[in-house]
Design a protein around this ligand. Structure first.
Ligand code: FES
Length: 71
């Protein structure tokens, strides 16, 4: 599923980038620009950013048990 039309980025690619960032530092603050910078891309229209924020939340909750109010 393509999330970012401007950069032709899929949800899986964004998830992988967030996972990599969290693997480097599990407690770093990740925002969409952090993810795009890590992928050597940048937001253009930034219309995808709300979806990217949601993906960051999903991956963070998965990689940091207890962070999403489940514990
Ligand atoms: S859709 Fe992602 S920057 Fe435009």
């Amino acid at each position: 599923m393509i999330v970012c039309q401007c950069n032709i980025l899929s949800k899986a690619e964004i998830e992988a980038a967030v996972e990599q960032l969290l693997a480097q530092d599990p407690w770093r603050l990740i925002v969409p620009s952090t993810v795009y910078h890590a992928m050597r891309m940048r937001g253009r229209c930034c219309g995808c950013f709300p979806d990217v924020v949601e993906i960051i939340g999903e991956v963070t909750a998965r990689m940091r048990p207890g962070e999403a109010g489940d514990g």
